[in-house]
Design a binder for this molecule. Structure first.
Ligand SMILES: [Fe+2]
Length: 342
């Protein structure tokens, strides 16, 4: 197996290659370093099968879509990833076969709801959930300190102690750590109770990454539309959420909320389906087409998308335009369908 970190910077991209079959995977590729990846793949004579994002990145633009465009690889993300245009959605416990190498997916939410770790026999790529001597922040993009605590203590720390840890970021020049080192010495989480950890994470008081809104928007929609006015983070935090169970109660009680689905038309008619009676207005068109909804300004309006990220932006936008009772469907169509299956 070939295993290399390619950026030599604080933001890590890993190349996993199977020399016998000439197949490769890139994990967390950066848009800004694509030339380097093309050159390295060419140098080793590897064909790129998969480009994986361990989660929706807020601090850099993903290179996955360009890699697919130029190299015909498949993009892999977790089922809860907000981005629609993904080839393979994975879930906890699934395996990805890369030549002779088997890579196991661990669902490790907390930094974001769509965070995964990738386990190769003696090492684990932890994305931004678990860092060396730290943990990724959980205060935006749907982060959840409690879920992060569970992911780290119940999944990552239960791996054999000698398992190497390769994180998505490192700010101190480390290359890797091990499960036992982090379990015993990570100052952020080692020996901490769940409540102590949540307390620590909720009081970090870090500034938001530069250009977070633009980067998130591009990573989620693949659009680079400078005309589109993005709501600010504080507006997004003010959005009311409704659970799938709450919405189904509303619908069965004949309260008939207005349901606006902000996915693209191909997703609306695609395999996740849509909620009966919903109107399809893609997020990118909402700023131009909101007048179609003007008569509902004082009614309950529920925004829906794939996993609840685009709908949060849409809900903030409509609230800003004077709509009084706007809600965002938590977890989007993914959770709606999970509820229907129960
Ligand atoms: Fe991250």
């Amino acid at each position: 197996m070939l295993f290399k970190e390619l950026n030599h910077s604080q933001c890590k991209t890993y190349l996993i290659g199977c020399r016998n079959t000439g197949s490769a995977m890139l994990v967390d590729p950066l848009y800004d370093r694509l030339d380097r990846y093309f050159a390295i793949l060419g140098y080793y004579g590897l064909g790129l099968l998969y480009a994986v994002d361990t989660h929706t990145h807020a601090d850099h633009r993903s290179g996955c879509f360009e890699l697919r465009e130029f190299l015909d690889c498949k993009i892999i993300r977790h089922q809860m990833a907000p981005q629609p245009n993904i080839d393979i959605h994975v879930e906890d416990g699934e395996s990805i076969q890369l030549g002779e190498q088997e890579i196991k997916v661990l669902y490790t939410p907390g930094h974001t709801p769509d965070s995964i770790s990738l386990l190769l026999h003696d090492r684990v790529l932890t994305g931004d959930v678990l860092l060396i001597g730290g943990t990724g922040r959980s205060d935006f993009s749907g982060g959840d300190a409690a879920a992060q605590y569970e992911s780290i203590t119940n999944k990552l720390f239960t791996l054999p102690g000698e398992t190497r840890i390769y994180p998505g970021h490192d700010y101190r020049g480390n290359k890797f750590s091990t499960v036992s080192k982090e379990r015993d010495h990570n100052p952020r989480i080692s020996g901490k109770s769940r409540d102590e950890y949540i307390q620590i994470m909720n009081n970090l008081d870090l500034p938001l990454p530069e250009k977070i809104q633009e980067v998130l928007f591009t990573n989620i929609t693949e659009e680079e539309d400078k005309e589109f006015n993005l709501p600010s983070i504080s507006q997004l935090n003010d959005v009311n959420q409704i659970s799938p169970e709450g919405l189904s109660v509303l619908v069965t009680q004949n309260q008939e909320p207005i349901i606006v689905d902000v996915r693209n038309p191909d997703e609306y008619s695609g395999k996740l389906g849509h909620i009966q009676g919903s109107v399809n207005i893609p997020l990118m068109e909402l700023a131009d087409r909101y007048r179609e909804l003007a008569q509902y300004k004082n009614q309950q309006v529920i925004l829906v998308c794939r996993s609840g990220v685009r709908s949060t932006t849409a809900a903030a936008l409509l609230t800003g335009l004077g709509f009084k009772q706007v809600y965002d469907l938590k977890g989007g169509m993914v959770r709606w369908n999970n509820m229907l299956k129960k």
